[in-house]
Design a protein around this ligand. Sequence first.
Ligand SMILES: Cc1cc2nc3c(=O)[nH]c(=O)nc-3n(C[C@H](O)[C@H](O)[C@H](O)COP(=O)(O)OP(=O)(O)OC[C@H]3O[C@@H](n4cnc5c(N)ncnc54)[C@H](O)[C@@H]3O)c2cc1C
Length: 316
Amino acid sequence: MVLVFIDQSEGHIKKSSFEAANYASAIAAQTGTTAEAILLGTVNDDPASLGKYGIKKVHTVADAALNHFDAQVYTKIIAETAANADIIVFSNNTTGKAVAPRLSVKLKAGLVSGAVALPETSNGFTVKKTVFSGKAFANITVTTAKKIIALNPNSFSIKPGEGTAEVAPLNITADKAKVAVTNTDLVKGEVPLSEAEIVVSGGRGLKGPENWGMVTELAHLLGAATACSRPVADIHWRPHHEHVGQTGLAIAPNLYIAIGISGAIQHLAGVNRSKTIVVINKDPEAPFFKAADYGIVGDAFEVMPKIIEAVKKLKG
Ligand SMILES: Cc1cc2nc3c(=O)[nH]c(=O)nc-3n(C[C@H](O)[C@H](O)[C@H](O)COP(=O)(O)OP(=O)(O)OC[C@H]3O[C@@H](n4cnc5c(N)ncnc54)[C@H](O)[C@@H]3O)c2cc1C
């Protein structure tokens, strides 16, 4: 059996979990077994709807104490359910990064984190993953009986079909967490950056925080999230959770629009898995143009109003 961990936030299943579910069911089909899921906490979404992503059975622990993520508590519960699984799949997001390594130790299971493709199973079990902040790929052969894969978000397309999963509540009482959450500061953006299909991002070329109106306006029009380069967050023009790159968030949207960002290697490390990159920079020699699919050489303060106008016209 292939078991996938379904991550939720604020009572809703995350988009990255639908990808992980589709990925797990594709592995199950490939290896001639079935895919099941585990979902912790109370959710508004119907767990049975995971059947649309190829999941046959969803193990649930609808305990409100689990709505606050705790890596140790989660690992213990998942380990019990994973006892019957050959392969366990996570999304390689914050939760997956905290739980998958702990589970790997607990179950003595080989772990591949940052997977970007289905495993090659014709001769052993080899998984392709990104290394060196996305600058290269490595093929990792897992030799343990139990295997854990953490799939990079936006690496596997979601293809919902038909089907309803059986929902099987687990008779487990969550352990008391060893740490208590005293305060949660939720980032309220229109679109969460890590899940966004489109990202509009600004760099030091925008001169100051007072000029971010055009970034947020374009993002709003496109239903996109906003991001920024590291210096922009360091000098407090934008909040730190928007910082992408080697030392920030690594994202892989379908479209990344970079405005006034030079394209330093540390920045590219966080965005080079984007499917299409559009760069707006007044310097034709800016390194970002080498990584761009489309480039506009021009002053952002002249180009952006024109783009915003064009998008508005397109949207009627
Ligand atoms: C260990 C380490 C880790 C790092 N991690 C990260 C990271 O995670 N993320 C990150 O982003 N950086 C990171 N950096 C910093 C990185 O090296 C760069 O310094 C940074 O990305 C540059 O930010 P920037 O492109 O916004 O600014 P700049 O380098 O100042 O570039 C500004 C760009 O805007 C253009 N420009 C100027 N005016 C205009 C205009 N009017 N219209 C259009 N274009 C204009 C310029 O031509 C220039 O290309 C890291 C550095 C180190 C050493």
